[in-house]
Design a protein around this ligand. Sequence first.
Ligand SMILES: Nc1ncnc2c1ncn2[C@@H]1O[C@H](COP(=O)(O)OP(=O)(O)OP(=O)(O)O)[C@@H](O)[C@H]1O
Length: 569
Amino acid sequence: MYSKNSGQTPNARSGVLVLDPEGVVVFGSGTGLDTHIQGKLSALWDARGTRPVSAMFILEGTSEPMTVVSFASAGTGCFVLYRHDRGDPLYEFVSSVDFSADILRHFVTDPYEAITVVDDQARIRYMSPVHEKFFGIQRGEATGVDVNAVIENSRLAAVLRTRKTEVGHVQTMRGKSRVVSRTPIVNPEGRLVGAIGQVMFKSPAAVEALGEEIRRLRQEISFYERELPRLRGSTQGMESIVGESDAIKKLKERIKKVAPLDVSVLLVGESGVGKDLVAHAIHQLSPRGHKDMVLVNAAAIPGNLVEAELFGYEGGAFTGAEKRGRTGKFEEADQTTLFLDEIGDMPLDIQVKVLRTLQDGSFQRVGSSTQRRSEFRLISASNRNFERMLTTGDFRLDLFYRISAVTIRVPPLRERLEDVPMLAETFLERFMRRHNVQGKYFGPRVMAYLQSLPWPGNVRQLQHTIERAAIFSEQNEISCEDCEVPREVGSGADLEELSESFGETARSASGFSLGEPVGVRQAKSRVELDMIREALQRFDGNKKKAAEYLGISRSHLYKKITEFDSSLR
Ligand SMILES: Nc1ncnc2c1ncn2[C@@H]1O[C@H](COP(=O)(O)OP(=O)(O)OP(=O)(O)O)[C@@H](O)[C@H]1O
């Protein structure tokens, strides 16, 4: 029940409504005089026995939503009302957080967030209990008193004058130094309504400790900034190519010779031999080495996107294109090195366009007729047999001449088995460092065993074998059994069986040398197909895992799948 004698709706934004135990209006002001609001609050108040009234809530169904703070004492319902527009952060906060009152209570009472609130006349309106205790005053004793009469060295009055926030100031109070912040509060209409003072840190020492931490972190950052070029060098330069065999020594000599010359280099060799590392080393040692090398993997880009990826495109050139267009790899590589990996997988129509760019450095973005220019050094790599592709017409001879001013063959691991121990130790050490593991080492017969394997997946396969062994070895000592290569992938025994049936040696059976008899090639394809099918089944079609298991790159696996596509389906 509510009183009929309430006035008419005023134009106020806030108000107060006090109801007696029967729901009769005892007092109303501002929006508290709105009869509609009175009716709604009275109904809530009547139902308090079954549904307790929240300390803070949003009153909907009125001309504008109201934020209501309720205080109940001795059966009297006291409601403080604020009219808020939707979208107002306070409205959003109260309507979406049903424990909003508890949060506000936390802010006004939490000892670590202790606050003092003053009005626009610098009179204290609220002081957190912890502040009152600090100043030795009773609960509410300072309310209404000028802040300067209560808090020494207060600058809240000054902040009201300047309207400028002060953060991190040291203030001495009762002989103690505190780091404080002072913030003027302006309401949505732009009127200055008061200010809040807050202790941020209990002592300048806490700030000093924070400053010290920042200084330490800065030092750490500058250490890494200094170290980065060195680390980059060691992970991407010549140092990353592990091995001391004659074959590797010769390879490094060729890299050193060719790096400073601005000629195109073609890297050939089986999958996993380290062509990528060689490309990085050449770039690092070249005059362009201070810039990042731009990488393109022709086998990893879907056929219909190769052109856009290489040449870039104008906005809206094709469905799915970015609105503002995009720079292509040729443009990105201006003044640095472009590494075209798996160039043997490039479609013929793109080969023609690439050739044109390589001849005069000019190209057009897809969807544009403007000629652009780029000056870059080209390094290409492929594990494909160019001799065969040139014969079959799958690779253009003129492009081949352009990309292969210098050709470097990266030898397969089986031609430099003396590098196996050093590589294996390096991979084990890297694994332990990366995963924070200690104490793993190879058993006495492991190196000889590893050197007896033909490694058709080359260094990549060796690396994965060592990592697998480090993960699965029960003891710290890694045994030959831990390093077993899955039979399907080509253990020595497999290859021997294979070679016996086709009259080949184990070594050449795992290679891809030119001029193999057709029968062997077909048989190899069959074995490869079986191995790939098996690996894909084992890993539920997950190509990344299948490629790792087979010891080949993912791009090589994709290539093989495309080749075998019809039979795999
Ligand atoms: N000599 C080496 N020393 C240290 N790590 C090597 C060496 N050769 C290869 N690796 C490592 O073996 C893995 C495969 O090397 P990389 O990717 O360079 O081979 P790739 O010839 O480019 O293969 P693909 O033709 O499949 O792309 C990489 O993890 C690389 O770091």
